[in-house]
Design a binder for this molecule. Structure first.
Ligand code: ASP
Length: 414
């Protein structure tokens, strides 16, 4: 395992941390003026990562699923994966529900408007049926170009199952091709990740250079509530799941996942972090491709604990501010829709905030005041997005480790 064998300054997570600090200092000192000078470094790096996501997902899933085979093995793995996704997201929402009811960040707050920030134009499904129909691609190339990752994931799983059902000769050849393709993508990932600290420097310098801090004060209590909920889930609930369900030492898992955690934090995108997540879960945590290819790509798009918690806290915060205290039944509706919304949220920056309208709509909170509040929340969303993305990624990796352990894989997080 590379982490302990190398001097600390050559370890990726220290390099990323150093780049984050250097970026924050550069952005703080340089202000807006520095943005055009270094911002492109971050963009360049994100583009390199996005370039490999699609072939990485396809080769990883097809080679993984075709090696699981079909029938009962696949069904069991699928059941465990979905079970974990729902359990962990549900626990996250409960933590959110608890903190928002205890701290009550919106009580006594005046409705406010923020700077006039336009919401990003992200496609959001309107209902669970929409979500389902969206997953089945009528045109695979269009789905890949969009990109609609869930559609690509579904196709790759079906292709993997079909390959597993073929007779020996064509099956072996196809499995070999996808397996080799996956290894090549992992090599490419490692190559790109060498430049990660430079990319992180650019991303953070741009972020700090562009953002003012004044809007943070009005929403301080809301920020505190979210940070408390997310921290509880990251440092209490998920470690407990690791211990209870996987007999895994959380300390080891945190150590092995330090790189992807910081990367999720810097990019605010589970999808952009996916290549590094897969690499660390396989090479450091020690999970087989058979399990990781099943849990991680789907998890990056579907299993978003941090986002689920955020939907619940955000919606109830708005309700409290507008004086619309919700009944227990309405809070239950928030819980259920928060879960669905987090499933529907794309794995890109700010997706969670855009999709909050689904939750608000379910309890009849709409209108110009609500829009203005979401606008104000968007203005300060980036740091919160960074934190919830890190929680999203960490939950996926915990799921992969727990499921691998339950499948009898040895030396997980050893
Ligand atoms: N940025 C988050 C992610 O990629 C989604 C969100 O906005 O909550 O996981």
């Amino acid at each position: 395992m590379e982490s302990s064998a190398q001097p600390w300054y050559r370890q990726l997570h220290w390099q990323i941390l150093g780049a984050m600090i250097a970026g924050a200092i550069a952005g703080g000192l340089g202000g807006e003026a520095i943005v055009p000078k270094v911002g492109w470094l971050g963009t360049l790096f994100l583009e390199l990562l996005r370039m490999i996501i699609l072939p990485l997902i396809v080769t990883s899933i097809v080679s993984g699923v075709s090696s699981v085979g079909g029938g009962r093995d696949l069904g069991r793995l699928f059941g465990k994966t979905l079970g974990y996704y729902v359990l962990s997201s549900f626990l996250a929402i409960l933590a959110g529900l608890a903190v928002v009811n205890i701290i009550r960040p919106g009580a006594g707050n005046k409705a406010f408007t923020g700077p006039d920030t336009a919401l990003p134009d992200l496609k959001t499904p309107n209902s669970p049926v929409d979500l389902l129909l969206d997953i089945i691609p009528d045109n695979l190339v269009a789905a890949a170009a969009e990109p609609n990752y869930l559609a690509v994931i579904l196709f790759s799983i079906l292709l993997g199952m079909s390959i597993a059902a073929l007779p020996e000769e064509p099956r072996g050849r196809l499995v070999g091709i996808f397996d080799a393709g996956f290894q090549a993508m992992m090599k490419l990932t490692s190559g790109i990740i060498v430049f990660l600290p430079i990319g992180v420097f650019g991303l953070i310098a741009r972020l700090v250079g562009e953002t003012g801090f004044s809007s943070f004060r009005a929403l301080a209590l809301y920020i505190l509530t979210l940070a408390t909920g997310l921290s509880f889930h990251l440092f209490v609930t998920l470690p407990l799941l690791l211990i209870l369900l996987g007999r895994i030492r959380p300390k080891n898992h945190f150590r092995n996942m330090a790189g992807p955690l910081m990367m999720a934090f810097s990019t605010s995108s589970s999808a952009a972090t996916l290549p590094l997540t897969i690499r660390n879960v396989e090479e450091k945590v020690g999970v087989s491709n058979r399990v990781s290819s099943f849990v991680l790509p789907m998890g990056a798009t579907v299993n978003m604990d941090g986002t689920a918690l955020f939907e619940c806290v955000g919606a109830l915060f708005i309700a409290q501010t507008l004086g619309a205290d919700l009944s227990v039944l309405q809070q239950l509706i928030v819980v259920m829709t928060a879960l669905l919304a987090s499933i529907g949220a794309a794995a890109v920056p700010s997706a969670g905030l855009v999709i909050i309208f689904i939750v608000l709509d379910a309890v009849n909170l709409r209108g110009p005041e609500v829009d203005a509040m979401v606008g104000a929340m968007l203005a300060i969303d980036r740091p919160l997005d960074m934190y919830r993305t890190a929680v999203n990624v960490f939950s996926d990796s915990c799921g992969a480790a727990i499921i691998a352990k339950s499948e009898g894989e040895p030396n997980i997080d050893a």
